[in-house]
Design a protein around this ligand. Sequence first.
Ligand code: BDR
Ligand code: CA
Length: 317
Amino acid sequence: MAVPIIIDCDPGHDDALAIMLAAGDPAVDLLAITTVAGNQTLEKTTLNARRVCTVAGIAGVPVAAGCDRPLRGPQLVAADVHGESGLDGPEFPEPTVPVAAEHAVDLIHRILAEHPEPVTLVPTAPLTNIALLLTRYPEDAARIREIVLMGGSTERGNRTPAAEFNIYADPEAADIVFRSGVPITMCGLNVTHQALATPGVLARFAALDSELGRICHALMTFFASTYRELWGFESPPVHDPVAVARVLDPKIVRCVDANVVVELHGEYTRGATVVDPHGYLDRPVNAQVAVALDQELFWSRLLDAVTALGARRGAAG
Ligand code: BDR
Ligand code: CA
């Protein structure tokens, strides 16, 4: 049985690939795509989600816009990583996929209430929408099967020495989520930095010889240029599909149990995820924390998903 999921995202190059993986792989049933301010403004991330759905032929999956700023503090964008549009690189046609009239949080709440079984949430962005959902509708916690998120790190950060972007952009929201009691899996930088779009991976996307394969190639080529410039990476880490991959098949992403707290007050460490697999702090386990990626399984699932979406598009004419 396909696992019902909702992706909450801020496309974003890697978010775009996460959406394609979720829509193209039969192991999950993508019920909705919700957007939040993050890599770019809410207006841009929502437009980008619609662009991705349009080029990938993802129809019938509602796209709803959520929060346009963090719970507290200024909004942060990552134009240096994702460009002014949030999805620089490929040319996109005018999107044909509409945006829902409902706020993202209300859409998630309604789906949780109506779906016959608990739903998995896959946030690949700042956790503002998810924190608002849990605060506004506390009863929804019991209807969430688990939250499998991209964010945080067991090691260094990528926005400050200690903090990863999705957590740093809204630490208060992340704190609410990690304290919620909902089962959480955290796919942080320590594991997503194993998902490198190497020249070999790029060649496999090019070899698909499809329009969607070319768009993925262009997305990762742009992403490679900013990662090279900003951090000196030879190949860019494609973070967000790692969280989706964990839902598809837990064998792709190995995890360990740990207590995770979000640092809110540190002078230099605000937004850090303090991960304690050894129990030094004597706090209960509240998360599974990803530590290792099966790279071949990961890339072959992503390529298969892009192939399936391309074939569906072709069949639809
Ligand atoms: C995360 O931040 C964003 O820039 C990416 O889309 C990913 O979700 C990586 O730190
Ligand atoms: Ca993202």
